[in-house]
Design a protein around this ligand. Structure first.
Ligand SMILES: Cc1cc2nc3c(=O)[nH]c(=O)nc-3n(C[C@H](O)[C@H](O)[C@H](O)COP(=O)(O)OP(=O)(O)OC[C@H]3O[C@@H](n4cnc5c(N)ncnc54)[C@H](O)[C@@H]3O)c2cc1C
Length: 455
């Protein structure tokens, strides 16, 4: 078995991917040094303004399990069995995510998850984490990373190779390479922003049904809420940035925000006593996709996770994809003797998958805020579930492939999803449902059995 020499690996960013990757590399005996801009989360409050909780699905679970950290994370997880759709009329319906008992996704608090991963990394002798160290960028020609100590205000340089940049969507490493013309970056910003709110616990218990992702779809915008282990929910409003009608710009005072919530989300607002104050206080976040190329410079440097391919959050897959990146990189170490080969293979294998999930994430926004209440959507969903029951090895709804089937790469989920959408369109109407002979013919002709293995 070939592996690169066991010299030190730098990781920029001890966020979700950086900390998990440190665990995986340390298990292979690599000394790892993480440089993190924030203070030590074991001694400080988490910063506000980032998503407070996240949906963890099978791809992320698989990576955590392979890294040997899943058991430490289980106490942080709340299963969500489906979308609880809240209509304006007050009608509430649960749309199950899957049709098998284990087909659930999990709500997890970002800060706790990150802390547990950092603790797991630090249990390995070869891992060090330097907090309050802001990476200013890389200078590949001089083979250095530049760092600034946030408290002392001093700057220093460390030897570059091999460095993995896991410093998130706003990656300073990526920006520095782009400024040198070594990486091309395209950022696609949505014209919708987000803001987070609290639905506090009521008498110590969750005020809404606990094991669901709640969603208030309103066409051009939506509110969602994910449960926290302390009994609260974190609600997120996704809304156009500008425009005269429903937009953040139109909500120019806390009073207007309360009126908007009262009109659009009447059942939710009753559970949100601080909505006006939180609207004024909480930051308004931007959403976008980052497309960068290349992701690696020889064997010196690799971009990974959001630093390489940030996506919009509507499929709940950014963290899952970043964790899958870590697993893919780890698996390549067995088969290649140099970081240069590993980084090149990583980029070749992961790029099509990153592009696929970026596309599906954007598409899912329309589905969540708009089509979940559409009669045609619900009809297709019912046929798709019927086809999955009848042909479980061939037909798996696209959402389920992405969320519950890590053995199917994202790019393959996108491709099969397209074929399946056409089958659903061909079966829609008349008595040609999932049980019909036509269904059998179309599925067998157009869909090979699902692959096993995966990226
Ligand atoms: C509103 C919202 C909701 C989301 N919901 C979901 C979800 O439900 N499910 C899901 O899978 N994903 C979700 N995501 C996406 C998810 O947050 C990211 O994909 C994930 O955090 C990526 O992990 P990462 O380690 O690459 O980056 P991050 O988690 O952002 O970590 C980057 C780390 O680098 C550090 N850092 C940054 N700059 C520097 C620097 N210059 N020097 C040193 N350190 C630095 C940061 O402090 C941080 O610790 C959501 C995102 C948003 C915005």
């Amino acid at each position: 078995m070939k592996t690169p020499p066991h010299t030190r690996v730098n990781i920029v960013g001890a966020g979700l991917a950086g900390a998990l990757l440190a665990v995986l590399l340390a298990r292979r005996g690599y000394p790892v040094c993480l440089f993190e801009r924030r203070p030590d989360p074991r001694q400080s409050q988490p910063e506000r303004g980032r998503s407070i909780n996240l949906a963890l699905a099978a791809r992320g679970m698989r990576a955590l399990e392979r890294a040997g950290v899943l058991e430490g994370i289980r106490p942080l997880l709340i299963p969500m069995r489906g979308r609880m759709v809240h209509e304006l009329s007050g009608k509430v319906t649960l749309q199950a995510y899957g049709q098998r008992e284990h087909e659930v996704i999990y709500s997890v608090g970002r800060a706790d998850l990150n802390r547990v991963l950092i603790e797991a990394a630090l249990r390995h002798e070869g891992v060090t984490v330097e907090f309050n160290q802001q990476c200013l960028g890389a200078q590949p020609a001089r083979q250095v990373l530049r760092l600034r100590d946030q408290r002392a205000g001093t700057e220093r340089e460390v030897a570059l190779a091999a460095t993995i940049a896991a410093d998130g969507a706003g990656s300073a490493v990526r920006s520095s390479l782009a400024a040198l013309g070594l990486v091309t970056v395209r950022e696609e910003w949505l014209d919708h922003d987000y803001k987070e709110f609290t639905i506090p616990a009521a008498a110590g218990r969750h005020a809404l049904q606990r094991e669901a992702l709640h969603i208030w779809p309103r066409g051009g915008f939506m509110l969602i809420a994910l449960p926290n282990t302390d009994g609260s929910f974190t609600a997120t409003l996704f809304l156009a940035r500008s425009g005269a009608a429903a937009s953040f710009a139109a909500l120019s005072s806390p009073e207007l925000a309360v009126q908007f919530f009262t009109r659009e989300f009447p059942d939710a607002v009753l559970l949100m006593p601080d909505v006006g104050a939180e609207f004024a206080r909480h930051p308004q976040g931007q959403l976008g996709s980052v497309h960068a190329a290349p992701w690696h410079l020889g064997g010196q440097l690799l971009l990974l996770g959001d630093a390489a391919h940030a996506i919009v959050p509507f499929h709940g897959q950014g963290m899952n994809a970043a964790f899958e990146d870590c697993l893919a990189l780890d698996a390549l170490i067995d088969a290649h003797g140099s970081w240069e080969e590993i980084f090149a293979q990583f980029e070749a294998a992961r790029r099509p998958n990153a592009a696929a999930i970026a596309q599906m994430a954007v598409e899912n926004y329309t589905e969540m805020r708009d089509t979940v209440l559409d009669a045609g959507y619900l009809r297709h969903k019912a046929i798709a579930m019927g086809l999955e029951r009848r042909f479980p090895e061939r037909f798996i709804p696209r959402y389920s492939m992405v969320m519950f089937h890590p053995e199917i790469p994202y790019a393959e989920a996108l491709r099969r999803g397209g074929v399946q959408a056409q089958i659903l369109a061909d079966l829609d109407g008349g008595d040609r449902g999932a049980d019909s002979p036509l269904a059998e013919k179309l599925v067998n002709e157009r869909l090979a059995p699902v692959p096993t293995g995966g990226a």
